[in-house]
Write a new protein. Sequence first.
Length: 498
Amino acid sequence: MNETSFIKINHADSVVVCLRAFQKGETIEVDGQTITVLQDTPAGHKLLLQDTPAGKEIIKYGYPIGHAKEDLKAGQWVNDENLKTNLSGTLNYEYHPVNKSLEIDNENLYFKGYRRANGEVGVRNEIWIVPTVGCVNGIADRLVNRLKAETGMKGIDSVMAWKHNYGCSQLGDDHENTRKILRDICLHPNAGGVLVLSLGCENNQPDKFMEMLGDYDHSRIKLLVTQRVVGDEVEEGMNLLREIYETVSKDSREEVPISELRVGLKCGGSDGFSGITANPLVGEFSDFLVAQGGTTILTEVPEMFGAETILMNRCKTPELFEQTVSLINDFKDYFLSHGEPVGENPSPGNKAGGISTLEDKALGCTQKAGRAPVSGVLAYGDRLNEHGLNLLSAPGNDLVASTALAASGCQIVLFTTGRGTPFGTFVPTMKISTNSDLYARKPNWIDFNAGELLQGVSMVDLNRKFIEKVIAVASGENTLNEKNDYREIAIFKNGVTL
């Protein structure tokens, strides 16, 4: 991408995106016409290319991103004040399959991972404490601190407690979703060993929960029900953790084909550059990984609204198309059932960064999925069973969606951001900045700078550098969220609390 002051993303667009701030009275040359800027317009925001009457659609990325609320003039700053979403309720969709070859060579690349007994591969070798209920979070913290101090974490990457507030006072699907996410964490290959920590009287009954784990390795996953312990439950927990540590600390990395890498795709704190730099870069990586036989997962279903047909028509089969239709409309029904509109998604930070409607956001967001066909559709809490590009049901909330991606089996989450965020979920959460200013301002948050695309670096060259970075992280290089110990989980709450 050549260095310039603005970009017209698609030839059909009626706006350009400012790559720097423009002042009133400046002029730009677009498609042979001279446009005078009518207002001071920040970087990342949109300038209109032609007079547009109220009600007419505004085009960006080659698709409508809403319609003008009022008569607008060429050179005007298009933002959330004068642009309105076209989104309303659920829709009926038709399947018009689009099959495109990725035309990417298989490069036989490898990373250094931990091969588990069930054949799955982890990129970390950690010991996790998973509470079945929030009542035992304090005990989990004490156990983590004791084990860290006692072992110095020799032979393991970390010891973590994945605390949450749930596991009791929940009913129906809401309760089952909590159990599924906690099950998925226990079975995740980044965990060399797990202590399931229970109180004993909670709705998430410990013995029934352990049945959900199936035929698990009893030397690596153990249960402690604190109400059943006579005396000091911390000492009893330490005895179990010492047994787990004795096994896990002997594990070692081995060479693993990149085809066994499973990567989650997420964005948060997005800005007007997200759909120009970081998301397309992640999309290029996703296509590369899928072409190598690997797996990527796109989620944030509400942030697909307005771009969903692009994904629907890339489904490999009519059955996957129907599942994707349900994925979209079920989430719209969720919004509508709570009396909320389906199109009021962009946050104040999104709007300040140049994203004006949900369609604007969605058309940038879905670029993380590249061009690959959709091979699988997962419900919330489901675990991966298909290679290639998958879609996962989860909300747009950063912590909830990232947790869901990791719970599905992703060993790493790639997280693009234009505004910046420090958090991470329970797997390495690699932050990719959309602009170089954020990368310079937050070196303790951002792992990789996609803003180089605005400074003359080609997508081919930057993607090669990015592939090397992801392989390094998969092979043990810590992400900044790991170095800072910014790691947590969040579970989707969708039901009554007793």
